[in-house]
Write a protein that binds this ligand. Sequence first.
Ligand code: KG4
Ligand code: ZN
Length: 382
Amino acid sequence: MRILSIETSCDETAIAVLSVKGKDMKCTIESHHVASQIELHAQYGGVFPMMAKREHAKNIVPLFLTALKDAKLLTKLKKPAKLDEKKIGLMLAREPELLEIFLREMPIVKKPKIDRIAVTVGPGLEPALWVGINFAKALSLVWGIPLVPVNHMEGHVLSIFPKGKKEFSMDKMLLPAISLLVSGGHTEIVRVKGVGKYKIIGQTLDDAAGEAFDKVARMLGMAYPGGPEVSRLAEVARVKNLPRDFKLPRPMLHTPDFNFSFSGLKTAVLYLIKKLGDIDEDTRAAICREFEDATVDVLVSKTIKAGTREKAKSIIVGGGVSANKQLRKVLEERANSLGMAVHFPVKELTTDNAIMIGMAGYFAKPAPLSSKKFIAQGNMAF
Ligand code: KG4
Ligand code: ZN
């Protein structure tokens, strides 16, 4: 089965072509492209949904054509095909930039050998999600290719399978598993009993872990997204063995549930910065280290607790924050000492991409174009 996948839930426009073969679900990444909007949003210190939407609408067709070409699936027609401009116009009415490029480019593109189109329908920023959904619907209409709705978070769970090479296998996960999904918008603990069998058993009650990293970074004068820079400075503090003269709270560390709260931790950092007044480079690094340690402490502790209660054989981590080295180190140590395997995505696939959407799309069922499943669901749960 060859799957074209489309992802526009936040600030990355991503398209991939994936083929899946045989019982052991051998996958080949035929192409994989991500257009990141980070530089644009960095100027404003965060992602504005309407700005993200416009960028997706502008970039998605060129990115799609590049992805097709890369997969050797792009054939230009000598005689342009006649498209149902009225229907497409209605589908893309809210994305005029996209409509214009679509009607210009698509008549000369020959239908490629693709068996289904997978698209992220949620969770995420609704205006951004709509661009991918409407584009996928228009493609499906023009070419008569079945369309599959995908939950973005399922993509993050499956993103542990590719190992950095073009080919990989979606072989069995060690089940049951506990998945820790940590990004700029989500912090969730999910029980995984099999592909498609997910249950959220804990989540943040306020800010997401990545959001806390970004806010702390901003307080310390760093650019968006701040996670990697906070983490880099934390490492500097560890290497220099800088004194730890202050302690930040570990919110909800000992509550019996699997929920999190990061907003109090963020406020504690704000008060600390105010109290310290003039902050030199070493103090900045020491704050980053204490903040990272506090965050990692609660993430690891709750994940291990969930893994123990659920008798998990493995722990699966996904989302932007899963790139965090300290999280990787501490979680691996704790889980391995308890006999649980830990799986992280390769670094490139910690952030949003369409390979993971293609994988989830392989397991999901196609739905008719008129289905309510193709409505952007900002708060979609499992
Ligand atoms: O999954 P993602 O790319 O986008 C969504 O939010 O969906 O996650 C981005 C988040 C940002 O908040 C970013 O600061 C954080 O992941 N992040 C990190 C690291 N790399 C990215 N946080 C901590 N340590 C990192 N190394
Ligand atoms: Zn994501």
